[in-house]
Write a protein that binds this ligand. Structure first.
Ligand code: ZN
Length: 220
């Protein structure tokens, strides 16, 4: 199933595939999955979603989420009561839930190289939030590496807004939180294009995540 759905997984060496499977099962086991009433969330769907988390944390020690323990999956885009906006995914810090719309997750994995993957996007937000709340010993990221990323990213935001930095989609110009999520989507879906366009920013991102997906077999 993982080979069919996750091209990152499919490219890994046998050894890395083995540890990817172990991490995926651990994530599945330690996370609560829920879904809209009447919508059957299959094991395959849960695996696909979990694989996005394992992919982005493959180079890190962090192998499960500690604050966001519930993933809630909907059969279509959804909105919050009293708001007009439709979402395909969001990280809710009040309910401590990650919400994802299955069709959007599916599309993110079927189209492997357009820099759009909602599961990677939302889990990136989770990592930043959990990193900020973690104690010194339970940090997801190395402070120095993340600060170097932030410093560089801060300079890119005005350029993205002016349409002068085009490797990321426009939404990346929203703020650092969104730019981080979009950087990870691009990093995993278009690593070669990203590197050619912005080698320093690419390498700074690779340092934060302790992996380089350009080396498909051995990214770490
Ligand atoms: Zn976002």
């Amino acid at each position: 199933m993982l080979s069919k759905w996750n091209s990152y997984y499919a490219a890994l060496s046998d050894n890395h595939q083995h540890s990817f499977v172990v991490r995926t099962l651990l994530f599945l086991k330690t996370t609560n999955f829920g879904s809209t009433e009447g919508f059957e969330l299959t094991t395959e769907m849960k695996l696909v979603i979990s694989s996005a988390f394992v992919e982005i944390t493959f180079g890190l020690k962090q192998d499960v989420l500690s604050i966001f323990k519930t993933i809630f999956v909907t059969p279509s885009s959804y909105s919050y009561t009293g708001r007009d906006v439709l979402y395909d995914g969001d990280v809710n810090t009040v309910t401590k839930r990650v919400n994802l719309s299955w069709p959007a997750v599916e599309k993110g994995f079927i189209i492997t190289n357009d820099g759009l993957n909602i599961a990677i996007h939302e889990f990136s937000h989770c990592l930043i939030i959990e990193n900020a709340k973690g104690s010194y010993f339970s940090k997801v990221f190395n402070d120095t590496d993340l600060n170097a990323w932030k410093e560089l990213a801060t300079k890119k935001i005005p350029l993205i807004r002016e349409g002068k930095y085009t490797i990321f989609r426009d939404y990346g110009g929203t703020n650092l939180m969104e730019l981080f999520a979009i950087t990870l989507e691009t990093f995993f879906e278009q690593p070669h294009e990203f590197y050619s366009y912005a080698p320093t920013f690419y390498r700074t991102t690779a340092k934060v995540l302790k992996q380089d997906p350009r080396n498909g077999k051995n990214p770490k």
